[in-house]
Write a protein that binds this ligand. Structure first.
Ligand code: NAD
Length: 248
């Protein structure tokens, strides 16, 4: 029933904002955070405060990142990513806001300017002091070669993946653009997110408050299901392609 409602609502929308979380990439082999086999089943969280204040925290953070990197680097986009490309091809996707750091939306064919990355991307490591960057592959090699928590070779500052950690500020310009997109869409399609990480989860709420329809596709229930026009609980590959295809 919810699938039919969702399909009807998506078919009637012309300015759609996509909002995605780690769940859209699990079918590509990139684990999410909160599922039973997710990252947090095996790792503890090193937040930004711990990263900047503790060498042991930095070593643990880099250990986790290096271990996770091959699966992310080698992942290929899946049917969920391609569903958003289809919406873009139809001229109905005004923006794709993602919490993901894996670049799979861009690699699936969405133009870079259509993708708003709230939490950055795992493409490089950045010096927290001077802003110098190096390729992520190079940073991982240095860790594997024994620099357990690598430092900037320009200034000696702390090198950190160019992603947003818990407790770290979001990129303000990207958040502003995401909020503007949410305020002006007629439908927000939230896919593969537990919708509990703030302030990212404010984006679907903003869209709903501005009068847009909210559709949620996720395996597990989310706190926003109650304000959604339809909340479909299932596997993304089984649900999403059918929501976006048109008879034309
Ligand atoms: P989350 O782990 O909190 O939630 C993921 C949700 O996706 C879960 O509720 C789960 O039920 C659902 N899900 C997983 N696989 C699914 C599937 N195949 N079909 C349907 N639903 C599925 O992730 P989140 O909400 O994105 O928030 C956590 C943070 O994780 C984000 O800030 C993000 O930066 C980070 N993260 C990103 C990646 C990535 O880039 N791929 C991976 C792990 C974590």
């Amino acid at each position: 029933m919810d699938v039919q409602t969702a399909r009807r609502l998506v078919a009637g929308a012309s300015r759609i904002v996509g909002f995605t979380g780690a769940g859209i990439s699990t079918e590509s082999g990139v684990p999410d955070f909160r599922s039973p086999n997710g990252v947090w089943a095996r790792n503890r969280i090193v937040d930004f405060q711990e990263f900047v204040s503790s060498e042991a925290g930095r070593v643990e953070y880099w250990r986790q990142k290096v271990a996770a990197w091959p699966a992310m680097r080698d992942a290929e986009p899946n049917a969920g990513h391609h569903a958003f490309v289809e919406l873009h091809r139809q001229g109905r996707l005004s923006a794709l806001v993602t919490q993901n750091i894996d670049r799979l939306h861009q690699r699936s064919g969405l133009p870079a300017e259509a993708v708003l990355e709230l939490h950055g991307a795992t493409t490089e490591a950045v010096c927290l002091s001077c802003g110098d960057t190096i390729e992520f592959d190079e940073a991982c090699r240095r860790v594997e070669d024994g620099e357990e928590a690598p430092r900037c070779r320009q200034c000696g500052g702390l090198l950190k993946p160019a992603t947003v950690s818990f407790g770290q500020a979001m990129p303000a310009d990207v958040m502003l653009r995401a909020e503007a997109a949410a305020r002006t869409c007629d439908l927000l399609l939230a896919v593969g997110s537990s919708l509990v990480v703030e302030p990212a989860a404010s984006i679907p709420r903003i869209a709903r408050q501005a009068g847009a329809v909210l559709i949620i596709v996720n395996r597990d229930p989310t706190p926003l299901d109650g304000i959604a026009g339809a909340a479909v609980h299932g596997e993304i590959r089984d649900v999403l392609p059918g929501l976006v295809t048109r008879g034309d």
